[in-house]
Structures are given as C-alpha cells and as structure tokens.
Design a binder for this molecule. Structure first.
Ligand code: PFF
Ligand code: NA
Length: 447
C-alpha cells in the first residue's frame, strides 16, 4: 500500500477490491478446507460462520475506523490515537503485534504459495492426467519429502512477492483482481458442479452443514475463530493500513459486509468442491495441509477439459495467494522504511529475506526437521498455531476494545452511519459480545 499516493480510493469499488485482494487467498481454499476436514466438519463450519459475523465484522470495522482516523502505519496510528485520547502509548503494542503476526504468517504462507506455483506447472505439463488417487497422493508426498523441491518453489514464490513489493506495483495487481476474482468464483462453481455429478455431493453437504456437536471442544472453537481472523486478514494491522485510504463518505459496515460475504462464499464453495472428491475417492478429510493438493488434481486429471481447467485454477489460486502475500509483506517493509534509513528496495529485500529464511525452517518441518517439535508441534504448525490462535485474536481484541472503550463514543456512533436501533445492536456486539467471545474462546481453547 505504501506506494500509492496517500490519496483516497477513487471509488468504494476500488477499496473493496483491494481489501478483497488481501482477504481472498490460500486461507479460503487451502486453509479453510483443511481445517474443516481436520476438525470434523459442520460443527467447525458453523462456529466459524458465527465468528465471522459476530467477531470478524465488528473487528474489521474497528480496524478500518482506526486506520481512517490515524492515517499512518498501524504502530504510529495506535500510538497517536491513544495519545490524542489521553490513553497509554502502550496501545502501540497492538500495531507491533500485528506487524509481527504478518511477518510470521508470510513465512509459511509462502511455502504453500510455492506448492500452488508448482501445481500450476504440473497442470500445464499434464502430470495429473488420468492419475488415480494413489498416484496423486504419491506425487504430493514426493514433493513434501524433497527439501530441494520445496525450497525451490518457496524461493520462487517469495521472489515474486519481493519483486512486486519492491517495485510498488501492487495497485496494478489489485485492479487485475477485478477480473480474476470472478474467474476464480466461476472455476469453483465448475468444480462444485463436478462434485454434484460425482454423486457424493449430499455427503459433502452433510459433512459441512449437519453438525455433530459432540465433535466440538474448546480447541475446535479456537481453531474456528483463528480461521475467521486469518481469512479476513484481521489482527495484523493490515486492514488498519487499508483503512487509512478509505474516504470519509464510505460506509464501513456495508463495505465490511461486502468483503466478508465474498470471502465467505469463496471458502464455502471451496469446501463444496473438495469434499465430494474426498468422499468419492475414499480419501481422508483429515488429510491435513495437503488436502486440496491431493483432491483437486484428481478431479482435474479425470474430467473433460481438466488440463486447462486445472491450469486456470492453480494459476488463479497462485494469483490470489500473491495479492494476499503482498499485503502480508507490506507492514514489515513500511516499518523498516519509517524507522530506519533504508530505502524501499532495501527494506523490501531485508524483510523478504527474513521471511524467506523463516519459511525455509517451516518447509524443513515436512521432511528433515519433522522431529523437531516445540510444544508438540513442528515449526510449520507452530508458526500457524501461534499466529492464528494467539497473536491474531489478541491484536484484533486490542483493536475493537480500543474503538469501543477508548475513542469517543459519540463520534464512533456517528461514523457508523446506523439507525438508532443499529447503534444499539452495534454497542451490544462490539462492546460486549465480540470482546467477551474472543476472551472466552481464547482462554478455553488454550486450556
Ligand atoms: N486472508 C488471507 C487468506 O485468506 O488467504 C491471508 C492473509 C492475508 C492473512 C493478509 C492476513 C493478512 F494480513
Ligand atoms: Na480469506
């Protein structure tokens, strides 16, 4: 975002596209489906939907509101707004923890972005054509077992991210999202259609929407909340930074609703595309992070026109991953630019190399370092768990508590542009339901 003149978006549409570019990514397709599969299905999905509506929406609005008022990077914005309202400078920690979270997330996000790049190429050369489930799983397992392959693709993906951020051409990418996002939706619909034709769509529907509440426990609820934060790019100061580009006339709640609906629809479509393939082929829903990489190639490899559809799908997935990854690198780059004498290019290289190094540790946890465990988790899982289950909820909580309890209540209410009933609903949800929900889920999930 830093390279945009700090002018406001020409239109609400431009803003929605930029925010959706950050939100829609691997989280919707790769992470959502694997978390649903790992957590046993519908109970997770329903808790996730509740978190998106009751916690995600008010926190998204809060982050944008803070950004629009502060007009600076997350750390300075929080520090200045706190000072203006006679609050402690310690509120800047919300910004610091956001920058840290973005840095950590990008390290493993880039590894998966690399998988997506690799699968794009494999689709082009027809690797998946006519293969059965065992062969496809074997290909995936082979990739995981090879540190060199993983390193190569992780490096390629990070190089793309660094190149784009260093040149500050993110705006161009965001306008490309105008075309590519609908294309992604169309491809997902085709895959859902394939799932319907497979005869296992009913099972997938039941798996995703008919809850077995006995599967629910504190850990699953925390995972669902973490997924809500992750997928909406919350708790990283990123939406705060975006908010600083938001015109005064843009309605926060309706804009948040648009972005959230888009993000949620894409995630649900991904589930409806993937689980019929899982059931039709006797695969395991709890396959883990490899879920989309052992299901979708199987479908593409065996459907008419699969080569071209597979290529388009993985290309679009890679593109969506890139627009999200760019937004994940920005906070660190901006912080270095503002706090050191580094130029943009140097700051980008320094942050990118740091992220890349950490990503190398993450990818080694799939092979040579698979036995290196911390708290029972390998490095990849540790990075993912620590960010989505701890840093993001705490940062997001900080943002919403700051808006509802530290900013002037009248001005917040005026800014929302709601009717008086709407304001009351907002006050109940944003002041009590969302913060209490985050705290309860956080505490019970960790215990
Ligand atoms: N929301 C992105 C996704 O669902 O893939 C991931 C992400 C991007 C998370 C940017 C956080 C972020 F700041
Ligand atoms: Na998302």
């Amino acid at each position: 975002m830093a390279k945009l003149a700090h002018a406001q978006w020409s239109s609400r549409m431009g803003f929605v596209l930029a925010a959706a570019g950050s939100a829609v990514g691997l989280g919707n397709i790769w992470r959502f489906s694997y978390m649903v599969g790992d957590s046993g299905g519908a109970a997770f999905v329903l808790v996730y939907l509740a978190c998106v509506a009751l916690v995600g929406l008010p926190i998204l609005v809060s982050e944008w509101m803070i950004g629009r008022r502060g007009q600076k990077n997350p750390i300075n914005t929080m520090a200045d707004l706190a000072a203006d309202h006679g609050k402690s400078k310690a509120w800047a920690l919300v910004g610091v923890s956001g920058v840290l979270a973005a840095f950590l997330i990008l390290s493993f996000y880039s590894v998966i972005g690399g998988w997506s790049l690799n699968y794009t190429l494999s689709s082009v050369i027809g690797t998946f054509n006519g293969q059965d489930a065992d062969a496809i799983s074997g290909l995936f397992g082979g990739m995981l077992a090879s540190p060199v392959t993983l390193l190569l693709w992780h490096t390629a993906f990070m190089a793309l991210v660094i190149g784009i951020v260093a040149r500050g051409v993110t705006k161009g990418l965001e306008s490309a999202a105008r075309l590519l996002m609908p294309a992604l939706v169309v491809l997902m619909l085709i895959l859902v259609g394939y799932g319907v034709a497979s005869g296992y769509f009913g099972e997938a529907l039941a798996f995703m929407f008919r809850p077995d509440w006995s599967a629910l426990n504190g850990g699953v609820v925390l995972a669902a909340m973490g997924q809500a934060f992750f997928t909406l790019s919350l708790g990283m100061g990123i939406m705060m930074a975006y908010g600083s580009y938001l015109g005064e006339d843009v309605n926060l709640i309706s804009t948040a609703r648009t972005v959230i609906i888009l993000d949620t629809v894409i995630a649900l479509l991904a589930g409806l595309a993937i689980f019929p393939i899982v059931f039709a082929n006797g695969l395991s829903a709890g396959e883990g992070p490899g879920l989309i990489f052992v299901t979708l190639p199987l479908a593409f490899g065996n459907m008419a026109g699969g080569t071209i559809l597979g290529l388009m799908f993985f290309l679009l997935l890679t593109f969506a991953a890139l627009t999200s990854a760019i937004s994940l690198l920005e906070p660190t780059v901006e912080m270095l630019e503002e706090r050191t004498a580094m130029s943009r290019v140097t700051a980008t290289l320094a942050s990118g190399i740091g992220v890349w190094l950490l990503g190398v540790a993450a990818l080694l946890s799939f092979n040579v370092w698979s036995d290196v465990l911390f708290f029972g988790l390998n490095i990849f899982d540790l990075l993912d768990t620590f960010t989505s289950k701890i840093l993001l909820p705490l940062t997001g909580l900080g943002a919403i508590v700051f808006v509802t309890w530290c900013l002037k209540r009248d001005s917040v209410e005026a800014e929302l542009g709601l009717s008086s009933t709407g304001v009351s609903v907002w006050n109940v949800i944003a002041r009590f339901v969302a913060p209490a929900g985050v705290i309860v889920v956080f505490v019970t999930g960790l215990l």
